[in-house]
Structures are given as structure tokens and as C-alpha cells.
Write a protein that binds this ligand. Sequence first.
Ligand code: PLP
Length: 423
Amino acid sequence: MKRETICIQSGWKPTKGEPRVLPIYQSTTFKYDTSEQMGRLFDLEDSGYFYTRLQNPTNDAVAQKICELEGGVAAMLTSSGQAANYYAVFNICEAGDHLVMSSTVYGGTFNLLTCTMKKMGISCTVVDPDASEEELNAAFRPNTKCVVAETIANPALVVLDIEKFARVAHAHEVPLIIDNTFATPINCRPFEFGADIVTHSTTKYMDGHAMCVGGAIVDSGNFDWSKYPDKFPGLCTPDESYHGIVYTEKFGKGAYITKATSQLMRDLGSIQSPMNAFLLNVGLETLHLRMPCHCANAQKVAEFLEAHEKVAWVNYPGLKSNKYYELAQKYMPKGSCGVISFGLKGGREAASNMMDKLQLAAIVTHVADARTCVLHPASHTHRQMNDEQLVEAGVAPDLIRLSVGIENVEDIIADLAQAIEKA
Ligand code: PLP
């Protein structure tokens, strides 16, 4: 099926007499008739539900839809995008291991992988996404277990050369994990370019209405863990915490997601609530309609800003002048995303003044939903830093992050125009 049809039809497939709309299985637990039936579930001999911390039918239907959208073999929902990235890495890394990460990933991911996971004994080498293959090769060590990057970085809007990263990761016999939050599978399917695992903050475009924090992990099924048993013992040798199961032997291409569910979800418990999964599914049903509108609106807004005399610079991969225009055309020919960053000639002060004058665009700590919104990192998320520290962190003091919504684009531009005039 085409992506538009998957958005609408996949996941929940009711049969005779069942509800047309995905039901919310608002239940912590599931009933069985015999002790034997329940026992087989715990041995992973039968598939079925027993406790919502591990799996829930509402969640699984939505995960299946995201799986098909990405063209993967298995998927799971998590309580947040942070949990998705954490599980995606922790499923194959343990104390003593190392990973390679693009420097421009979302700040939360950067912190998770360089600080918090360091405390768990997992080290990280940060690489420039524009580095040559030779430079990237130098970042790998014998204990490297994966490479992490974003299709379109938040908020730097760096477009990743996914094929380059996949080649380098595979040359070192490790998987490439791509956070595809900003592009969504409507605009880019990283598996088609060699990525092995995809993660999402479903909080963003997938939900699309700023209703629920959530995440997802999808496995392409293409990385052959069993070829490298010494590198990935968690997948290829007996799991003593699960009756000695060897995930690759028992579940084949489903090994990675089964392990993340039956081990990490069991022990760490960052499950998405069925209610949130239901709302996420409603969002997904219009993802294919919203993404082209976000991109078309953002393109017009970026062109307006680029032509404005008071605007110092604009960063949007859809602009021909943009450093990443060619890469965006290659990986996302239908459009990249709705997020733009720009600076005003009046600098930091003008940015702040301009935002106070906005009437339609709202100041919120969020991106990628139906409503246009803005954030000035130097005044908000990064306000403890001075200008020098901001530049080091890759956030220009005058950077305004604008998430273009799906309102009428003339209204969005008119709002920006009057605010910039008064700044
Ligand atoms: N990945 C990206 C690209 C993000 O932009 C975000 C949040 O902004 C996250 C992950 C974290 O997601 P969440 O806020 O759902 O935990």
C-alpha cells in the first residue's frame, strides 16, 4: 500500500462486528482461562497480552501502522521520544561499549548519549555530520556498537547524508540508528538509504496536534545481528533474565524489538498509555495531508523571510541558497519539514521584541504541530548561557526557531511581517 493508504487503513483491522475505530484497551491486564495459557505467554511460547507495561493491543495497532509507514518489520511505542532513543541504543549497548553520534542531534538526545549514558558506562564520540568518510572512520573503536543521527537535525536543520553514514556504520559492522522525527516517513524513509533502526518523537508531526508526548522505534530487519555474536551478545546469546532465550534464534528479524519489549520495557517500563496511542493514531490518519502543507507553507515563509530587509539570515533546506539544498532534494524530494530558523539584523534583542508582537504564532517549547509556533533558544531553553557559550553550543544568540503550521500561509506571513516591522 502507498503511504497515504497506510496512514488511514493500517494497524487496526476490524473483522465481523468489531468497532470500526481503533478501540482504547484501557486495561492494565488481560484474562486467561487456564494457568497453562498464561504460563506459555511468560515463556514467549505463545503471543498474547498479559500486562500493559509490556504490550497493549491499542499500542500494537499504532506501532504496526508506523512500522508499515517506515517499511520496517517490527515496531514498538514508547512513552516519549527520549525513551525511544534511550531504548534504541541501550538495547544493543552495555557498560564498556561505545557509540558514534552526530553533533547536531536534538539537545535532549545529545545530553542522554553524552552525559546520562556515560554514567552507565557507555561512551560516545561526537562527529560532524558533514565530515568525510575518512574522518568518520576515525571515530570508531573495537567496542563501538552503533551510530546515531537525525534525518533533519533539530534545531540546526542539518540534512544528513544517510547513505554516507550507513556505509561507514556497516563498514564497522554496526547498525545506523536514525531519528526520523522531523522528516517523518511521509517525506523520507531512512531504511531505503541503508539505515537499520528508526526512532521517532511521535510528540511532533505524527501526533501533529500537540496532545501527547510519545515515541516509537522501528526495526528494518536488515541488520544481521547473528553475524556478529561477540558484538551483540544481548541479542545472540542466552538471556538469563528470560529463561535463557536467544532472541536472534527464536525471533529472527523480530529479535531486536522483541528484546526491547520483553527486557527493556519489562524492566524500565516507559510504555505509552493506550489513550495516548489512540490519539496518536488519530494524528497519523492525517499525516500524509499535513506534511505537504507544512512543507509548502514553510517554503513560502522561508522565501518571504529571505527577501525581507530586516532579516539577517534564514536556514531552511528548501531554499536554493541553503547548504543542504542538494541533500534535501536527494533524500526528501517532496519536502523536508515545516521548521525554519532565522535571525534578525537587530540580533538577540530584536528577536525577543519581534516574538512579543506575534499575534498568531505562539511562543511555546514545542515544534511540529498544526499551529505555528516560535521559540528563541537564547531567551528560553538556553537562557543560562552567554553569547559565547551559545555559539559553542551551535545556537546563534539571534536564532529564532519557527515551526510553520498548517494555517493559511498568507496569515502566517502577515503575522510575521507586522511583528518584524515593530521589532
Ligand atoms: N528527537 C527529536 C528530533 C526531537 O526533536 C525531540 C524533542 O523535541 C526528541 C527526540 C525527544 O522527544 P520527546 O520530547 O517526545 O521525548
